[in-house]
Write a protein that binds this ligand. Structure first.
Ligand code: HEM
Length: 493
């Protein structure tokens, strides 16, 4: 069934429900910011392109300003658009905006448990625990760096096997990124040919795609109805169950081999914490939270890094002059005989700027992840009631013309000062900001730097078409923007 057919059926179901169901009294939303007028049940969905939700939301902010109310079906949400208002909310009122908003595609599986989709005291404790455990295992420190360097060499040797012939890098980049999380969480990496590992990657990739598809958008908008409508979106829940089953097997193996005095990884640390808290009747540490949290880490950490790298390589194929400058800096600072390491970064401002610009431009989580306000608050003259959904349009900070000179263009100068030194920009919000800021930020930055420099140290990119023909506009169609598959060659240097 095509999309318009589905939409007609949905409309019919909505209107029938509206006519048959008794009117429900909703919370008083009368002091919310103004926005487009909603219609019952469909909300504002007739005023947007479901396939281009983000573009539509950005467009609406031209009419209604940086803060407006938008009805996702029958749920009112407040949309924040532009760096200034995002900073005021996520950073200046970090605590108040730290709730997690509805994420219907995952809710059926997560039930609000785990880090990414959790909220309140359980989320706080799980997040604190994960951060301190990651620190112990060297996230942002040397041991993790060694692991990433090692994985970069596996990646380079896989790339060598292509012998300069055209190929699509998607699969290899996903393996490399995911193996870093595997090391942290399971204490081991997998071969790129390992059947179970490949199944795991397929499940993550498939859910990321489904959640960003039109079907995913419809589920996001009309969760109660879409749960009963057949379609590919229903696979999201099934895939989560399979991911959880994989994690469950790992948990069992870890339980059998656990040495409380010598934890090997995140799961061992979680098992020890469960033991320590076993007499606490209100503890949040149990098998269920462990499983949900572990799946969260996989999902959040695998596709994000590899998609960013894929975009990055495509942008460099479009801009060979930038690739050339990167080669020059890599050759000057690292040379051909040793692996890139994090110490190099401070002496490679151009590479650092290019990586930030790739993240700004590619914008792989353009809509952020929905937040809620944790209590009734006054914000910019409006009353936002507790639990109100907030959509932080992170892409609007990263494309804010008051913060970036030429936001529509890919230009590493956005992150360089007049002396060619790396310059931070607070509007860089690829990892969001405030209390919910991405938990894997430092790990992701380390992976991006080491993987990209290792690739360019060993290869020159060669496009199959003229660079000017390569389209690098991000496909920000949904919650995550998935780069289109593409082929190119890597010529050994
Ligand atoms: C380029 C790579 C990455 C990008 C662009 C990215 C981006 C994001 C964004 C936008 C959020 C939502 C923050 C919010 O709610 O405001 C997030 C959350 C999160 N990310 Fe990442 N991420 C990346 C890599 C990673 C990695 C490698 C990990 C693995 C450890 C990770 C773990 C998480 C977790 C656990 C959360 C949920 C935090 C919470 O709700 O408290 N991310 N990320």
């Amino acid at each position: 069934m095509d999309f318009s057919g589905t939409l007609s059926i949905l409309l019919a179901i909505c209107i029938t429900c509206w006519l048959l169901l008794p009117t429900r009294r909703k919370k008083n939303w009368s002091h919310l910011p103004p926005g487009p007028t909603p219609v019952p049940l469909l909300g504002n969905m007739l005023q947007v392109e479901v396939k281009e939700l983000i573009k539509s939301l950005r467009k609406l902010s031209e009419t209604y300003g940086p803060i407006y109310t938008f009805h996702l079906g029958s749920r009112p949400c407040v949309v924040l658009s532009g760096y200034k208002v995002l900073k005021e909310a996520l950073i200046d009122k970090a605590e108040e905006f730290s709730g997690r908003g509805d994420f219907p595609a995952v809710q059926m599986w997560s039930h609000g448990n785990g880090i990414v989709y959790g909220t309140g005291e359980r989320w706080r404790q799980l997040r604190r625990f994960a951060i301190s455990t990651f620190k112990n295992f060297g996230m942002g420190k040397r041991s993790m760096e060694e692991r990433i360097k090692e994985e970069a060499q596996y990646l380079v040797s896989e790339f060598r096997k292509t012998e300069g012939k055209p190929f699509d890098p998607t699969f290899f980049l996903s393996c490399a990124g995911s193996n870093i999380i595997c090391t942290l969480v399971f204490g081991e990496r997998f071969e790129y040919t390992d059947e179970k590992f490949l199944t795991l990657l397929n499940l993550i990739n498939s859910n990321w795609k489904l959640m960003s598809s039109t079907w995913g958008q419809l589920l996001f908008t009309f969760p109660k109805i879409m749960r009963h409508v057949p379609g590919p979106h229903r696979q999201i829940y099934k895939n989560y169950l399979k991911l959880a089953a994989f994690v469950g097997e790992q948990l069992k193996m870890h339980q059998e081999l656990l040495d409380p005095n010598n934890p090997r990884d995140f799961i061992d640390c979680f098992l020890i914490k469960i033991q320590q808290e076993k007499n606490n009747p209100t503890t949040h540490f149990n098998d269920e939270t462990m499983s949900k949290t572990t799946v969260n880490l996989f999902f959040a950490g695998t596709e994000t890094v590899s998609s960013t790298l894929r975009y990055g390589l495509r942008i460099l194929l479009r801009h060979p002059e930038i690739e050339e400058k990167l080669h020059e800096e890599i050759d000057r600072v690292i040379g051909p005989h040793r692996s890139p390491c994090m110490e190099d970064r401070s002496r490679m401002p151009y590479t650092d700027a290019v990586l930030h610009e790739i993240q700004r431009f590619a914008d792989i989580v353009p809509m952020g992840v929905p937040h809620t306000v944790t209590r009734d608050i006054q914000f910019r003259g409006y009353t936002l009631p507790k639990d109100l959904n907030i959509i932080p349009l992170l892409c609007t900070a990263q494309a804010d013309p008051t913060q970036f000179k030429n936001p529509a263009c890919f230009d590493p100068a956005h992150f360089l000062d007049e002396n060619g030194r790396f310059r931070r920009n607070d509007a860089f919000m690829a990892f969001s900001a405030g209390k919910r800021v991405c938990l894997g930020e430092s790990l992701a930055l380390m992976e991006l730097f080491i993987f990209l420099t290792a690739i360019l140290q060993n290869f020159t990119l060669r496009a199959l078409v003229a660079p000017a023909e390569i389209d690098i506009t991000p496909e920000s169609s949904g919650l995550g923007s998935i780069p289109r598959p593409y082929q190119f060659c890597l010529l050994p240097r």
